[in-house]
Design a binder for this molecule. Structure first.
Ligand code: HEC
Ligand code: HEC
Length: 221
């Protein structure tokens, strides 16, 4: 009987110790995980990456780097997919250093930088969205309040206003999917993805549906 109690007690002590160790581990490693996610959440747009890293060689064309704006050089490259160009840029190719010489860049940032250079050279590519952000998609109302309202609330620079059906309907008539493409690529004074590179296609779609359908106080009559 006594030994049984002792065994039980020993087991309880062992279990408690194990639990404490596990909790301690969580506190040790959680901040690192959160920090990594935070760093990934701040993936930059192609324009920024190119200015900070790629422009050194790709504006001058040093060592045969395809020059930004040289549509012939880039047209040849764009017969490949973005994935395969990104692979080359990540690994390095001849005089082009791996990651453009900056190991901190994520795969998405490299791909965005390539898409940006292609688009500055007569191309028509779309910068990919962050893999890390797309796990948590938001609804239309939230996306609009956070990213689109600063122009679409008051109609800045001719932006169709939220809930203003007279302004939206002629655009919707072209086809909803065309509107989505247009918002992803940018259209006149409307920046690509409303300047929020990390918005997913589904979030853009939800935001547009919200703006078209919202019964808003800003509605013009
Ligand atoms: C130190 C100079 C240098 C930097 C910095 C640099 N590149 Fe390059 N890059 C080159 C050179 C040189 C080539 C041509 C390589 C060849 O074909 O011989 C090249 C080629 C490429 C190609 C074509 C690869 C292929 O398959 O032919 C891509 C894509 C590319 N660079 C993307 C980038 C991106 C994105 C960045 C910034 C993140 C960057 N580069 C930064 C020098 C550079
Ligand atoms: C910096 C200001 C600005 C921001 C931010 C912005 N827009 Fe726009 N948007 C505009 C302007 C200006 C137009 C009108 C452009 C035109 O048709 O010439 C426009 C037009 C549009 C159109 C119509 C495009 C077409 O082809 O008719 C859609 C769809 C759209 N925006 C969606 C969005 C979404 C979704 C967001 C938020 C994720 C957003 N916009 C954020 C300024 C902005």
């Amino acid at each position: 009987m006594n030994t049984q109690v002792n065994v039980d007690r020993r087991l309880t002590v062992a279990t408690t110790a194990l639990l404490l160790i596990m909790v301690a581990f969580c506190f040790l490693f959680l901040p690192a995980v959160v920090q990594a996610a935070g760093a990934q959440g701040r993936e930059r747009a192609g324009k920024e990456i190119v200015a900070a890293v790629c422009a050194t060689c790709h504006t001058t064309g040093v060592d045969g780097a395809p020059k930004i704006g040289d549509s012939k050089a880039w047209a040849k490259l764009t017969s490949q997919s973005l994935t395969s160009l990104a692979e080359a840029a990540l690994k390095g190719v001849r005089r082009m250093p791996p990651h453009g010489g900056n190991p901190d860049l994520t795969d998405t940032e490299i791909s965005r930088a390539i898409a940006y250079m292609v688009n500055q050279s007569g191309g028509d590519w779309i910068e990919p969205v962050s893999k890390f952000e797309s796990a948590l998609e938001r609804g239309g109302a939230e996306v609009v309040q956070t990213y689109c309202a600063r122009c679409h609330q008051d109609g800045t620079a001719g932006a169709p206003r939220i809930g203003d059906r007279t302004a939206w309907l002629p655009r919707v008539k072209q086809g909803f999917e065309l509107l989505v493409r247009s918002a992803i690529k940018g259209h006149g004074a409307m920046p690509s993805r409303g300047d929020a590179t990390n918005l997913t296609d589904a979030e853009i779609r939800a935001a547009i549906a919200y703006m078209v359908n919202a019964d808003s106080a800003t509605k013009r009559r």
